[in-house]
Ligand binder design. Structure first.
Ligand code: FAD
Length: 309
């Protein structure tokens, strides 16, 4: 186990914000995790992965937990169990090299295995929920282990039970994914190229990926809007009509606009970047202005995907 006091979280969030944490603990086994949770019972705890979906709005006066467990193993020819601290893309790279497929469309999504289940990450029509079989967790309060079936995780669009009813109550310790033998290297390569052309590269430009989620609106509202904006992209779904937030933001003229050090990414307006030593206040203010203008022009609420801490 490694413990650091009063450290900067700069290396631990992809937005590149220099918040401080009172205590940062990295554990390397379930026993160590159990021990930490017992010792710090009742204290404010935030378990992070790669910090690629976090916006530290201020210093964190609690304990940041991170897993140093990063192994994966095949359970059988169709399932692989990966520990929470393994980078999702490293897992996909390894599987692709071994000629296993199923997860390649999630290539290059930043972040670790633990958060893939919390966030139900997705890209190019595939979501983590499509490939997750079950999720192993530890109860923060009792330190008991509990397995969640795919169904019990209540996955939704960038959503799971771990973001709502059970927020902060369980730590995902490993995830079992379904895979199958098959060649995926070409698709993986294409996805990597597409993503690199469009999205900021982690480590070069600070961001947390898509800042907002795509909104779903009632069919009547979509029909009214289509009269005014016949080119508006729209996708019917059981939740309503999905309108790409990137399109809405672009229509409001935000592409490339800056506020302080924060900027709406010119190549993909769904992303807010730390273009020039942005403060949390710059990012928060820019996001608020973007969503207010979308509300004013289209009467649509867009909500952050990013976790404000
Ligand atoms: C450039 C870029 C592109 C991106 N593209 C995509 C994309 O295409 N699709 C997509 O879905 N997302 C995308 N994202 C967002 C991000 O990659 C995902 O949200 C990812 O799952 C975050 O993983 P993480 O390990 O960094 O988690 P963090 O950001 O550290 O944490 C996210 C949340 O999960 C919780 N958490 C983390 N680990 C655990 C654990 N073990 N147990 C319990 N809770 C935990 C945290 O408390 C927090 O609430 C992108 C981000 C960036 C920067």
């Amino acid at each position: 186990m490694s413990t650091k006091e009063n450290i900067s979280l700069l290396p631990y969030n992809t937005f590149g914000l220099d918040a401080k944490a009172r205590l940062f603990i990295e554990y390397y086994s379930l026993d160590e995790l159990r021990q930490v949770l017992k010792e710090h019972k009742g204290e404010q705890i935030l378990h992070i992965g790669q910090g690629s979906n976090l916006l530290f709005t201020r210093d964190f006066n609690g304990i940041i937990l991170h897993s140093g467990m990063a192994r994966a193993r095949f359970i059988d020819d169709e399932t692989v169990e990966a520990q929470n601290g393994l980078r999702l893309d490293d897992l996909i790279a390894q599987l692709t090299d071994m000629a296993y497929c199923g997860m390649e469309k999630l290539s290059l999504i930043p972040g670790e295995v633990g958060a893939s289940a919390v966030q139900n990450v997705g890209a190019y029509g595939v979501e983590a929920k499509d490939v997750i079989e079950r999720v192993y967790t530890m109860d923060v309060e009792t330190q008991e282990e509990r397995v969640f079936s795919n169904e019990e995780c209540k996955f939704g669009y960038r959503d799971s039970i771990f973001k709502h009813e059970l927020k902060g109550k369980y730590i995902v310790t490993s995830v079992v994914y379904k895979v199958k033998p098959g060649e995926a290297s070409k698709t993986r390569e294409e996805i990597i190229q597409t993503r690199m052309a469009k999205l900021p590269t982690v480590g070069e430009v600070g961001s947390a990926g898509s800042f907002f989620m795509n909104p779903f609106i009632p069919e009547e509202q979509a029909n009214e809007l289509l009269k005014l904006y016949p080119d508006m992209p729209n996708f019917s779904s059981p939740q309503g009509v999905k309108i790409p937030a990137a399109w809405l933001i672009e229509q409001c003229g935000w592409k490339g606009k800056t506020l302080g050090g924060a900027q709406v990414w010119p190549k993909q307006p769904l992303v807010i970047v730390n273009a020039n030593h942005a403060t949390p206040e710059d990012i928060i203010a820019l996001a608020a202005q973007v969503s207010a203008s979308v509300k004013e022009k289209f009467n649509i609420d867009i909500h952050p995907e990013v976790n404000y801490i």
